[in-house]
Each structure stands twice: as structure tokens, then as C-alpha cells.
Design a protein around this ligand. Sequence first.
Ligand code: ADP
Length: 523
Amino acid sequence: MGLPLTTILPLISMFFVSSLGIFVYFNDKKSKLNILFFLFAVVIGIWLFGTFKMFTSNTDAESIFWDRFIYAGAVFVPTLMYHFSRAFCNIKAKKFLLILGYISSVVFLLLSRTDYFVSGLFRYSWGVHTQAKFLHSIFLIEFCFFLFLSIQNFYKYYKSGALGRAKKLQAKWVFIAFSILVVMGLPAYLPAYKIGIFPFSYFSGLFFSVFLAYAILKHHLMNIRVIATEFFVGIIAFVLLVEILVSETFSQITFRSIIFLSFCFVGYLLIRSVQDEIKRRMELQRLYDEVEKLSKAKTEFLSIASHQLRTPLTAIKGYVSLVLEGTYGKLNEKTWEILDRVYKSNERLVKLINNLLNISRIESGKIELNPEDVRMEDVISDIIKELENEAKKKNLYLKWDVPKVALPKIRTDKEKIREVIFNVIDNAIKYTASGGAEITCEVLGDFLRIKIKDSGAGMTQEEISGIFKSFARGETGTKIWTGGTGLGLYVAKKFVEIQHGKIWTESEGKDKGSTFFVELPIK
Ligand code: ADP
């Protein structure tokens, strides 16, 4: 027994609409919007299934029975669509329209049982349809009225300026899907008025579902593979169901029903696990968004706080250094010493703030590079001059092995590289109790390698693996230099890496000194 295409059409549409309805429902069983959509899919499904049965009926009485079955669903289509549009577009006003809709749906449900609504049949080449009577026309007016209101809601919502980009796209596809359903679906009533056009309307459910599914897939970022699983389970279930419907003997029906039910059971379990997966993914995505938001807020806070702190600190630095230099009169030794301590503490704060600012720039991806041709020997010599005193105070040597032949200039951000080298040499002094540090600079292939070797506290392998992370301090750090923050090497590594260089350290172990290497590309 072969079913003609016209008969199968409503069944195909029904399959798509119901799959989507079930999918949406199981996606969030508590959401009002999803429940409304599910109910809407159910009444559309009743329409399509009833039509299929009406087409395949053997007697007139049977056809009329199934037609009445259709109206049991159809009378709720306009009200449920209107209700859904209100929920989707967050409309609260004019509740009376909704109440009026439901009342009229129930009234028409009762009236559709009478012969004043439909009676008798029109026969067409592709099938049959009941004949519309007086009450049917009134029903049609109500039907169109609520459909019009719904489409108007979707359109206004889509056009309203208040929506974000993703929401607006979603609203657009929902508007399109419902418009197609209305425009394609309404002519399904024509055969009731003796206009025997081929019922293309039964395609509408298919298009409607595909457009809506697209909107959901595209704008809810659900995993395509997950959806595909559901789709294939649905297709197979559908094929098995059709097999039952076209069965000819009782044993065929029994056998195929058992297969269908078993498959439904397994399919259900599969879809359930897939739903869990979606839920987990959505939760993960939500957490991820949250973390990103927090991290952004932190970076912004760091940036604002640091800027605000830097200004007064710079003023303090300026005035204190003027006082120390004797610009406002000579100071006695005690006062000078104290004020010198103030100056140094202030310097530490400035350094900390600078590092915090650097970090906020690094993390928000806003580091700016100002490359220039730099003679590395000059940079190192400058730093040595600045730190010599520190070393001397601790009785440490600071040996700078100035290269005999001038090194090639490198193109780099001078300030940033200065900060890196300064920090490493400063550390070598800080973390060395006796002996000192030796600095060399040489060309190695395409790179310039700066080596800072000290005879200080050294590091274990474990310490080495951590010191380049933010706020990471080694054991020595926490013991020897309590004022540190663990930010210096983190910032140094970032500065070197964005300029395509490398920074690393080697140490033979505790108290065996450490060697820091900084390599920068020459070109
Ligand atoms: P800070 O010095 O403020 O702690 P850094 O990021 O500059 O921050 O250094 C991180 C850690 O690396 C230090 O706490 C210290 O334990 C270790 N470290 C850095 N340089 C040396 C060095 N030359 N010798 C031994 N340990 C070092």
C-alpha cells in the first residue's frame, strides 16, 4: 500500500513540529515560554495528524470525525500563538484580550461539534475537506484577528531598539517562522469554502520548524552534534511509526509496535543523557561568562586604582627629593635619614603600582610597544650605575663585562626592556648575601643574550618552575625580602615574550647562586 505525497505531507510536518515542541519542552520544563511553545506545537500537531487521518479515511463519517478532531486543536491555535507572542515579547498589557481569546477558543470548541460549523464533504483530486458553515466564518474572523495580533507583536518586538544583537537576531527568526506558518497555513481553510487548491499549507509546519530550529541552534549556541542525535532518534522513530501505520496484518502491527516501543525507550534514554549534557554545557558556559566578567572587572579596578594612586605618589617623590637635596634649607642628619627612608618607601610603592598597572595592561591586552633602536650596552651600563650603591651597601660586587666590540643595535621597547633587566639585577642584589653578580651580554645567532649570574640564595627546581607566575614568590623571596610582591618576574616575562624574546633561569640548588637569561631577537 503506497501513500500519496499529499497524504504524507501533513505527517511530515507533524513530525517536525512535534519534535521541535518536545525538544523545546525538555530543554527547560519549567519555563513558561517553553511550555507555551510545547502546547502550541501540540495543537498544530493535532491539526496535522487529524488531516492525515481525514485524508486516509475510508468513509465519509470517518472523515467528518477526524475533521472535528482537527478543530479540537485548531480552535486553540490563535489563542496559544497570541499567548506565546506575549510571553516571547514580554508583553503584560491588555490581558483581557488573552482572556477573550481563551473564552472564544472554548466557545468555538463547543460550536465546532455542531453542524452549523462544518457538515458534509467537498471532494478534491488530492483528498477531501468538510464544508464550512455559518459559524465557521465567524471562527475564521476570530482566528485571523489573533494571528494578526501575534504577528504584530513579533514584528514590533523585533523592531524595538532595546534588544541586544543576539536577541534581535532571534526575534527576527521567530517573526519569520511564525509569518511563514500563518501565510502558508491559512490557505488550508480554502478547501472548506470549495476552493480546491492543492494543500501546500501542510508544508508550513515543516518550514516553520526548520526556521525556528535554526533560530534556536544559531542563537543558543547549542552543540550541533547533540541536536543531530535527537534528530536521528526522531527520524528513526518516525520511520518505525509509519511502518506500523502501513501494516496490513495484525502480527505485523504487533511486531512493529514492539520494535517501535523498544526503540522509543532506548531513544528516550539517549535523549535524556544528551539533555543532561546540554545542561552541563550551558552551566559551564554561564560560569565561564561569569569568570570573564569578574576578571574584566578586576583588571579595570586595578587600572583605575593604580592611576589614582600614581599621581599623589609622584608628587610625594618630587617634593621629598627636593627637600633631600636641600632646596628648602639644610636638614640635620637625623631628619635627612628619616626622609630618605620615606623616599625609598615611596619608591617601592611607585614600583608596585607600576607593576599593577602593567599587569592590568597585560591582562586586558592593552600593552603598547614603542620600539626604537636600542644599544643594549648603554641600557645595562645605566642600570649598573643606578644599582651600584645598593650593591656597595651590601658589600657585593657588581661586575659588568662590557663587550669589547660594539654589539648590534636591537629594535625594542627601551623602557620595558630596561624594566626587565633592572628587575633581574635588582633581584640578584636582593637575594645575594655575599659575593655578587656578574653581567654579560653577547650575540648568539639571531639573538642578543644577556646573562646575570649571582652567587646568592639560589633556587630549587620547584621554585624555578613557579617564579614567573603572577604574585608568585619563592621561598627565598618570602624569607629574605619581605617587601616583595612576586610581580616583577611575571611582568618581565610578559614584556620579553611580546617582543618575541625569552627569559629563563637556571640554578644548581639552594645557596648555589642563580643565573638569569634574557634573549632578544636582533631583528
Ligand atoms: P619579588 O622579588 O617581589 O618577590 P619577583 O617576581 O621579582 O618578585 O621574584 C619572584 C621570586 O623569585 C622571588 O620571591 C624569589 O624567591 C625568586 N628570585 C628572583 N630572583 C632571584 C635570585 N636572583 N636568586 C634567588 N631567588 C630569586
